[in-house]
Design a protein around this ligand. Structure first.
Ligand SMILES: [Zn+2]
Length: 289
């Protein structure tokens, strides 16, 4: 029995464990077939949201299943009729940057043997919880340096942690080609300036080119400001995060630059107010003393 909400389940279409928030969000497009991951149980469960998101089992877990909730006394709709403690649990930390693998539509329900096999295969893997670049950065900020070293974060095929997935410009090489923005999230102090038709974001870090040190420059057109909160950071000390795009030398050879004309929730740039460093996240700085 458990006192907490059931937050993870097996997912047939994803062939992995999924988090309740992910399954609930996916529901608007496509209902995933989810099951209790306990090998003796494997009952079908559905994501549900009251204050928190969780999985509930209309047909009940087998007796003794560790995922059986205390409040599932005789009732066909335990989630409906037995309110649970309504404390809000913290948002789970995304463990995957990106939309995740495509959901494979399966027309046939799995057999018990197939489910058992899946339960065994994924038993030691974390529940799959994808996040956007902004969500991953928010999670990074909230984590302490020690937690970052322990929290997994997969980018592409790279199984990293919140520590290794982030590259700090403050201690990076002056050789820009050594950065790996396709497999890492790069971050460091930046300024945001406003020009006539655009916002200019310039890194404090300088990179070497022909014996000169050049900043990284990002230009966001005012007609389509990306990200849309850039204007609120003008004139402030800010931290720039970027992932995916490779900056190139400008024609005038006075900066490395990439344009922010394309928008993807999983790549591009994000900014946060203040100067953030690997050894102290905003979470630590904002903690009550
Ligand atoms: Zn169960």
């Amino acid at each position: 029995m458990r006192d907490e909400l059931m937050r993870e389940a097996l997912c047939w279409q994803m062939e992995s464990k999924v988090n309740a928030d992910f399954a609930y969000k996916a529901k608007t497009a496509f209902e995933l077939d989810c099951y209790c991951p306990n090998k003796n149980c494997l009952v079908k469960v559905h994501p549900k949201k009251r204050i928190n998101t969780y999985f509930y089992a209309p047909e009940r877990h087998v007796a003794g299943c560790p995922n059986e909730a205390r409040s599932t006394e005789p009732s066909l709709y335990p989630g409906e009729s037995h309110p649970r403690p309504v404390e809000e649990t913290p948002k789970p930390v995304p463990n995957f940057l990106g939309p995740g693998p495509a959901i494979r539509k399966k027309t046939v329900e799995p057999t018990r043997e197939e489910l058992l096999q899946l339960a065994v295969t994924v038993s030691t893997l974390p529940a799959y919880y994808p996040g956007t670049l902004e969500e991953v950065i928010d999670a990074w900020i909230q984590l302490t340096p020690g937690e970052r070293a322990l929290q997994p974060l997969t980018i592409g095929n790279q199984h990293l942690t919140y520590e290794t997935a982030f590259t700090f410009l403050g201690t990076a090489s002056d050789e820009i080609s050594l950065l790996n923005p396709r497999e890492r999230i790069i971050f460091g102090a930046s300024t945001v300036r406003e020009a006539d038709y655009s916002f200019l974001i310039e890194s404090r870090k300088r990179f070497l080119h022909d014996a000169k040190k050049l900043p990284l420059l990002l230009v966001s057109n005012k007609k389509k400001v990306l990200p849309d909160y850039i204007p609120t950071l003008v004139g402030q000390l800010a931290t720039l995060f970027w992932h995916g795009a490779i900056p190139g030398l400008t024609d005038k050879k006075n900066a490395f630059r990439f344009d922010l004309d394309a928008s993807s929730p999983y790549a591009g740039v994000a900014l946060r107010s203040g100067e953030l460093a690997p050894w102290a996240g905003a979470g630590a700085a904002n903690a009550p003393v």
